[in-house]
Design a protein around this ligand. Structure first.
Ligand SMILES: *Cc1c(COP(=O)(O)O)cnc(C)c1O
Ligand code: SF4
Length: 340
């Protein structure tokens, strides 16, 4: 263990584990996960989309209830033969991102903020994800050397926030993130760096002193947006990580996706909001599923979504109610789903 630099070790981890070695121990094979979860009787020969492989962190797997083939966390990562069915109305670029990419990996759709996709890598592969068909190999750019991005941002003085998305930006090394921070620090009107990451909740070991030191180098404010869909995704290790980030002065928000059989009940979503709040996270968005090919089996109708959302609204104070939105191509913002 002594060869691991302390800064790459989770600050709260009693085991002093290096996050990259934790990633390398992830499940990459459904059978192994099912065995770990003590679930038999599921068809495991399913040949889901080969481009979108199987991947689950040890931590996320540990939160799956043993023996429960319908566990809401398991269902998010379980490949399904439905993924291969072509369903009308579902496409490969459901949100029209490929049309708003002035530079590879830089999406500029909304006023005042741009989204950078720095990597296609994720710590977990969520079967409903709209990025499953994303042409990462065409769009990845090495931002450490890319002065085009800095030039673009410098020209666009109306942009004051850079959002790191992915893939998962926290799969990048601290060194790569440090290079990015150095680039952003050259553009005075960028006041906010927002990090959208599922790693925060599924790989809490990533929250290291090195990460915090790196982000402290940014001149402006840093905002985190976690991606948690179910209250059972929160337990002590990631709560400790959220607490730590909050203690450092960072604001945390959460976005969820409304998913059939996973979190399609007002009770579950209300419990999620409360648990997020106890973990220093403000519920931000509840997304309706993007109409991406291969994910239709997670979708709910507009009527079902509104029925759930209205009941949720009746259960929660306004500050715990996420805004239900959908992402429609060609719009200037996320589109609120108005349920009246
Ligand atoms: C969702 C998204 C954003 C961020 O939208 P907010 O409403 O600010 O959270 C920015 N750019 C793109 C391309 C997006 O899809
Ligand atoms: S981008 Fe987010 S939702 Fe999609 S597979 Fe990666 S972690 Fe899951």
């Amino acid at each position: 263990m002594s060869e691991i630099p302390m800064s790459s070790v989770a600050v709260f981890s009693p085991q002093n584990r290096d996050w990259k070695s934790v990633v390398s121990e992830s499940f990459r094979d459904l059978d192994a996960l099912l065995e770990f979860c003590e679930i038999d009787g599921l068809r495991t020969e399913i040949q889901a989309n080969q481009e979108f492989t199987f991947r689950v962190t040890r931590y996320f797997a540990s939160l799956i209830e043993k023996g429960n083939a319908l566990d809401p966390l398991l269902l998010q990562v379980l490949p399904d033969a439905y993924e291969l069915q072509m369903v009308d109305g579902y496409s490969e670029d459901a949100v029209g991102d490929r049309l708003s990419m002035p530079l590879p990996g830089l999406i500029h759709k909304y006023h005042g903020r741009v989204l950078l996709t720095l990597t296609g890598a994720c710590a977990i592969h969520c079967r409903y994800c709209f990025r499953r068909h994303y042409p990462y190999s065409e769009s990845n750019t090495d931002y450490c050397v890319n002065s085009e991005v800095v030039k673009y941002l410098s020209r666009h003085t109306e942009v004051n926030e850079v959002i790191l998305s992915g893939g998962d930006p926290l799969m990048l090394s601290d060194q790569k993130l440090a290079n990015l921070v150095t680039s952003l620090n050259q553009v005075p009107h960028i006041r906010s760096l927002r990090i959208h990451s599922r790693v925060l909740s599924v790989l809490p070991e990533r929250v290291t002193q090195g990460l915090i030191n790196t982000l402290h180098q940014f001149r402006g404010r840093v905002v985190f947006v976690t991606h948690i869909n179910h209250p059972k995704e929160i337990s002590e290790p990631n709560q400790t990580a959220f607490h730590l980030l909050s203690q450092q002065g960072y604001r945390l928000f959460n976005q969820s996706v409304l998913l059939k059989r996973v979190n399609d009940s007002p009770q579950t979503l209300a419990e999620l909001s409360n648990k997020l709040f106890e973990s220093h996270i403000i519920p931000y968005y509840l997304h309706r599923l993007d109409k991406v090919q291969g994910a239709a089996h997670f979708d709910l109708t507009a009527e079902e979504s509104c029925r759930i959302y209205k009941q949720l609204r009746n259960r929660l104070p306004g500050y715990l109610l996420p805004a239900m939105v959908e992402e429609l191509p060609g719009r200037a913002s996320k589109t609120p789903v108005l349920c009246d």
